[in-house]
Write a new protein. Structure first.
Length: 342
């Protein structure tokens, strides 16, 4: 009953996020990203630490993964040091797709951590993951760009949230859980057929400036290109632009709300000691103060935590994909066995 109650709450939260995104697509995103985002990063990183990042007890390999995750998360911040000539030359030497290569390498390595048991093979897995990612960058450059843009953003907040919900549904088999999964699946289609009037969206100069400084404008244009929008006429306040922003605002807001609503199911509140809670609250309040002072400064200051929580979640993503695949294969096997008997 507890799971069903939380699933019902999530249906309400999902609808609230969707309606709010329709009316305030830019404002809602900025609010969610600045106020809910940092608290989500901090509490999830704390929970993942207690869960040993969902990596089976292999201490040395775990340290390698954490170290690699930190490198991946720090690397994009180096662009802010480009005024130093040495860093600029270093970045130019690595190439424009280096961040995407690192992200793909991290995800492939996380898959290996979940799928491979023997240490000697895991030692090979990291360099092999990097080599595969470099080969993809050389021979499938468009794919590597897509990974770099979408993996830490839409894939993380929408696709993986959906997969977590499906995984939960497979365990609980609750009707409200099924409804919430169907709803989140149908939201992009609702948005596609939504009749929006761009002139009705009055966006303040502060909101425009804050959104531009957030760096998410490239995500809007990448999504527009992915869905086949006319890029010559595309702007953030065109019909397609508003619809894409509605989806982004919804995906991020519901991603955070879904996390906070499932404290008792996931059990992340149990990992909060009084000392850790104090630190988390202090960092959260400081991050909000930074965003209120200057949104661009907040983005730069919190970017490391934002990307770090994405990368540290990769093993959990891999576990979820594996469990859903296993459940699917089990159902197919059972169905074949039933057909043979009949």
């Amino acid at each position: 009953m507890k799971n069903e109650t939380i699933d019902r709450i999530n249906i309400v939260l999902l609808l609230i996020a969707f309606v709010a995104a329709i009316y305030l697509p830019f404002e809602l995103f900025l609010f969610s990203y600045a106020f809910l985002g940092p608290l989500h990063y901090l509490t999830e990183i704390n929970w993942l630490y207690d869960k040993k990042y969902f990596i089976k007890p292999k201490l040395k390999i775990k340290r390698v993964f954490i170290g690699f995750a930190i490198i991946i998360s720090i690397f994009p911040l180096m662009k802010y040091l480009e005024h130093l000539e040495g860093f600029k030359k270093f970045l130019d030497g690595l190439g424009a797709n280096m961040n995407s290569i690192l992200l793909l390498s991290g995800f492939l390595f996380a898959l290996a951590l979940i799928g491979i048991q023997k240490i000697k093979y895991l030692i090979i897995a990291l360099p092999l993951s990097i080599i595969i990612s470099i080969v993809c960058a050389l021979y499938i450059p468009k794919m590597i760009v897509v990974i770099g843009v979408f993996l830490p953003t839409i894939v993380h907040v929408y696709i993986f949230t959906l997969l977590f919900m499906v995984y939960g549904l497979l365990k609980t088999k609750s009707l409200p859980g099924l409804i919430s999964v169907l709803l989140i699946l149908s939201i992009p289609f609702f948005i596609f057929f939504l009749d929006v009037e761009p002139s009705a969206y009055v966006v303040s100069d502060y909101t425009k400036e804050s959104y531009s400084s957030s760096g998410f404008v490239s995500l809007n244009y990448s999504l527009a290109n992915l869905v086949g929008s006319d890029m010559q006429s595309f702007t953030l306040l065109s019909k397609a632009g508003v619809k894409i922003q509605i989806f982004i605002a919804f995906a991020y807001t519901y991603h955070y709300l879904n996390w906070f609503s499932k404290t008792s199911i996931i059990g992340w509140k149990d990992s909060l000691t009084s000392k850790r809670t104090k630190y988390i609250v202090l960092i959260w309040l400081a991050s909000i103060a930074l965003y209120l002072y200057d949104f661009a400064t907040g983005i730069i200051a919190l970017f490391f935590l934002s990307l770090l929580h994405v990368v540290l979640e990769f093993p959990l993503n891999a576990v979820t994909i594996k469990e859903i695949a296993n459940a699917g294969l089990k159902k197919i096997t059972n169905l074949r066995g039933f057909r043979k008997l009949s």
